[in-house]
Design a protein around this ligand. Sequence first.
Ligand code: IPM
Ligand code: MG
Length: 367
Amino acid sequence: MAYKILVLKGDGIGPEVVGEALQVLKTVAREAAIDLEFRDGVIGGHAIDAHGTPLPDEVLKHAQDADAILLGAVGGPKWDNPNANQRPEQALLGLRKALGLFANLRPVRAVKELLGSSPLKPDLVSGVDLVVIRELTGGIYYGQPSEKRRGKEGREAVDTCFYNEHEIARVLRFGFELARERRKKLTSVDKANVMSSSRLWREVALELSNEYKDIAFESQLVDSMAMHLIRRPKDFDVIVTENMFGDILTDEASVLAGSMGLLPSASLGEELNSAGFRVGLFEPIHGSAPDIAGRDEANPLGAILSAAMLLEHSLGLRAEAELITQAVDAVLKEGHRTRDLGGAGTKFIGCKAMGRLVREKLEAAES
Ligand code: IPM
Ligand code: MG
């Protein structure tokens, strides 16, 4: 039986990077004799242009029917009007909510060969290996009311940060379970000195930590966490936090890896797929980078590593995922660089060449 993979390339550099990631997936599937069936869908700005909506019903139906989804990026200057009724980002938010993808995993690993690409001192970054788990279907991203309106004193606007204990506990539990497979340390991040939703978050986290006595547990306030993350990043293993804090901290954490172009992500829910693993949406954490779109300059490694996460988390193919990670490491070790990775005196290669090099490593490893 074939596994159904929905491919949503999106806008900007999305099609280029996903194109390479897809070829890598196909290479691994061929070598490992796994049957993957791919289906394409249009989302984001392209979908607004073609169908008048960023997330057409048909695409959502295919997403609900898929074993896993591989996504590029959405958005671009053409659809940037913040007052527009239809915005590309709504496709992402809609998919996350509709599929119940509450746990967003963003691993950050310092690659030895790229230590020089980080603006931080190499000895501070060397050895960093952490995962941020960002709650993805609640908080201020979805709370109601959320609107701009007319009030007594002119224009006013409101957003609502809502969490119930079930939402908090399930993502924290996910984190504790993951910490068990890693270095057994969990940091829960909140703003409990100011926000009610954070005080509930902290209470639930503390209660749960009693069930996981084998895990070293701590709570941190998000403002000091922003500082700790760049001052002593090696101290962290699994970091769990609410939706918006996670959005902000993961952009910051990407600096540790050297380039945002390298970082993959997995968004997982409770639902299991036909492989018996969690249905997931996998995407690089970078955006659509319209300024370099179509120029074969983008770094496909974030998308390629997202494909590796797809194999691991939605299909249970950990060994195959590891092969991809090793191939990426090997290519970087040989000194190949896309422009975002910088490096004085480096001759940069393009998106296609980078993808090809990773595939060649995979083919060499198999034969
Ligand atoms: C991310 C992005 C999205 C988010 C945007 C594009 C809506 O920044 O995935 O981190 O805020 O969740
Ligand atoms: Mg973000």
